[in-house]
Design a protein. Structure first.
Length: 338
């Protein structure tokens, strides 16, 4: 996970934008199980994440730091499990922080393991000391293990909930008090379309994202009840994004999203104070149909969409049932109906 803080000082009250940026389960315990001799891949306990961190962090710095009237100074704070680590798809947080500094803002990278409550609490205190109060918190870290429920390891289920939802509790509880005091702030929950539509072979992930959507909605209602209209929330639910988080996502009608487009949409949503953002917006139809149509009708519609993605044991899709997949890297997998 990463924390990104953008502090704004001047006419506006001191504050920051903080985001726990991209996420991706990596490291040994989260590495997907695979038979001996199989090439490593990133399908399930995905390795180190994709390249979304770079555009998201630099874009955030560029767009939120400088153009606001009354802003004399801005700072961005990033934290990753290992800020020095670079992946195949992105640069490390230290590099990203350096790029943000080149854009004229203060930027720092911190090391935080978001699956550990104590780590988050320790980092939050350090952030406040170093950078001041946070005004925008983006809970973006997430992990995914793509497999059927019974094939998952217990620790994978635990990790998914630790990072994808419990971490949100710890970051929000750390930064919300000062937002409430100042009646000023913004909390972004990066959820997923999978948190709006229950997704097969992602039961673990999907339910953690449903929890994230519920968290954001309930928090928003609570802030309203408390009369703190100045503290806003945005819940982001993208369809598949091209970051390597889930491998080989495909669909007949819905294109995989590019991270830059998602970041850009998120920025406009933050600035406009939108509470729920589905990307693409056509997904609103799927969500609406879910509460209108009987399951069998929905299944018929879903079948036409031909959604598929790679699990750690192969490729799951809607095209054929029981047919051996021809996709590279999915030799052992049979396509199954989603
Ligand atoms: N890509 C997609 O198709 C979609 C993604 N999302 C959501 O978007 C968010 C970002 O995903 P995306 O950018 O695609 O994925 P990435 O793989 O690029 O990002 C993963 C990030 O999560 C961090 N992370 C994972 N576990 C921890 C941890 N325990 N502590 C600290 N950091 C951690 C990783 O840090 P490090 O770099 O140190 O490993 C990495 O920066 C996630 O919440 C995901 O669920 C939602 C819908 C679709
Ligand atoms: C629309 C739709 C589905 C939903 C798929 C979704 C919502 C996948 C999202 C996955 C994501 C975003 C993963 C990474 O975060 C189903 C249930 C497969 C059935 C066919 C129609």
């Amino acid at each position: 996970m990463s924390l990104e803080t953008l502090c704004q000082e001047g006419a506006a009250p001191p504050g920051c934008l903080a985001a726990n940026a991209t996420s991706g389960a990596s490291s040994a315990p989260e590495t997907p199980r695979r038979p001996p001799g199989d090439p490593p891949h990133r399908a399930a306990g995905h390795e180190g994440g994709g390249h979304s961190a770079l555009p998201s962090l630099t874009a955030t710095a560029r767009n939120l730091a400088s153009p606001h009237p009354g802003t004399s100074q801005a700072s961005t704070l990033l934290s990753f499990r290992d800020p020095t680590r670079s992946g195949a798809y992105r640069e490390g947080a230290e590099d990203t922080a350096a790029q943000a500094r080149e854009l004229g803002v203060q930027a720092r990278a911190y090391k935080v393991d978001c699956s550990r409550r104590e780590d988050i609490q320790r980092a939050a205190e350090q952030v406040k000391k170093d950078m001041g109060e946070v005004c925008i918190l983006v809970n973006n870290a997430g992990v995914v293990f793509v497999d059927d429920l019974l094939s998952l390891e217990d620790h994978e289920i635990q990790k998914t909930f630790d990072v994808n939802i419990l971490a949100h509790f710890w970051t929000v509880r750390a930064f919300l008090p000062s937002m409430l005091e100042r009646n000023h702030g913004h909390i972004v929950t990066v959820a997923s379309m999978s948190g709006k539509i229950g997704t097969p072979l992602l039961v673990n992930y999907s339910s953690s994202k449903f929890a994230a959507v519920g968290f954001a909605e309930a928090l928003q209602a609570e802030l309203r009840l408390l009369g703190r209209d100045g503290v806003r929330t945005t819940c982001l639910c993208p369809y598949f994004v091209n970051t390597g988080f889930v491998q080989n996502p495909q669909s007949r009608f819905v294109d995989v999203l590019e991270p830059e487009a998602v970041v850009s949409r998120l920025l406009s949503a933050i600035l406009a104070g939108e509470t729920l953002v589905l990307i693409p917006s056509s997904m609103h139809c799927n969500v609406l149909l879910k509460s209108l149509l009987p399951t069998r009708a929905l299944q018929a519609i879903y079948a036409t969409m031909a959604i598929s993605f790679k699990t750690r044991s192969g490729l799951a899709g809607t095209k054929t049932s029981g047919e051996e997949s021809q996709e590279p890297g999915a030799e052992r997998g049979a396509k199954v109906r989603l």
